[in-house]
Design a protein around this ligand. Structure first.
Ligand code: FAD
Length: 256
């Protein structure tokens, strides 16, 4: 028989980034929120600590953090005359499963677009003429500008604890960051990541092989090309993890 749980204001189905952010915002607005997640809970020690995190069988081959495509998947057909069939083996972008969703195993890159990318159609037409884009090509402007989105980029980066170095603060190009990026209201919440061993080894190998893009230039503390990527930092990132503990609290609250 179906269990009747306490009534709440909001029920969120699926607790990935989207559900996690909504849960946080609704809770902060004073609403009672419950999130239903089809996958299991995740915790730093149990799922991402050594040595279990190196379990290739569990993660790499059995896709422990990913959607179980035997239970649920997308269907696909190559043309309208075919019957759409379920795909049981997906490619590189495997949807997540469990508290935190795909945010638990994503790459953590959160690049901002430049203003140009929001209006590619207009810019092409302006430069090459109206007939440049073929009539059957559906490319469109987004109808929103970088300036309008900037406060939201900023807010997300501070929620997620993104690492990096600004190259353009309020329209002023600043040294050390990407000078081509759109103007930021403020610095990244966290400094650039230190280079990993893999990065160092690659740097060394490319120098020895004569392939390095800035060979001949002096090495800086963080290497010749400072890592200023918009990258979520291991510790501060996953609001997904934050949402994991939020979810546990919610589950507990729903039970009491
Ligand atoms: C391998 C990989 C790398 C990525 N790298 C990046 C990156 O570097 N930068 C970037 O910006 N984006 C990246 N992405 C994309 C990004 O992770 C996703 O866009 C984002 O996590 C999606 O969040 P979501 O909450 O919308 O969905 P999901 O994270 O998929 O969350 C949906 C949740 O809903 C649950 N659910 C689904 N159906 C039900 C149901 N019926 N009942 C209960 N629960 C349900 C699922 O189990 C899941 O936990 C990457 C994605 C993948 C897969």
């Amino acid at each position: 028989m179906a269990a009747r749980l306490k009534e709440v204001d909001v029920v969120i189905v699926g607790l990935g980034w989207t559900g996690g952010i909504l849960a946080k915002e609704f809770s902060a607005a004073g609403l009672k929120v419950v999130a239903l997640e089809r996958g299991g809970p995740r915790s730093t020690e149990a799922d991402f600590g050594l040595p279990s995190v190196r379990d290739e069988l569990r993660y790499q081959f059995r896709h422990d953090l990913m959607m179980n495509t035997q239970k649920d998947t997308l269907t696909i057909r190559n043309n309208p005359s075919q019957e759409a069939l379920p795909m049981r083996r997906l490619g590189s972008f495997l949807p997540g499963e469990g508290v935190g969703g795909a945010g638990v195993h994503w790459n953590g890159h959160t690049w901002r677009w430049t203003d140009m990318e929001f209006k590619v159609r207009s810019l092409y037409e302006e430069r090459y003429g109206k007939g440049y884009i073929p009539a059957d090509m559906t490319i469109q402007d987004w109808g929103i500008s970088y300036a309008e989105l900037e406060p939201y980029y900023d807010r997300f980066e501070y929620v997620a604890g993104i690492s990096g170095k600004a190259g353009n603060l309020k329209g002023k190009v600043v040294p050390g960051g990407n000078p081509f990026e759109g103007p930021r209201a403020r610095e990244y919440p966290l400094p650039p990541l230190a280079p990993s061993l893999a990065c160092e080894l690659f740097d060394k190998a490319s120098r020895n092989g004569g392939y390095h893009p800035s060979r001949g230039r002096p090495r800086t503390r963080r290497g010749p090309i400072p890592i200023r990527t918009a990258r979520s930092s291991a510790r501060a990132s996953t609001a997904a993890i934050a949402s994991a503990s939020a979810a546990r609290r919610m589950q507990k609250a729903a039970r009491t």
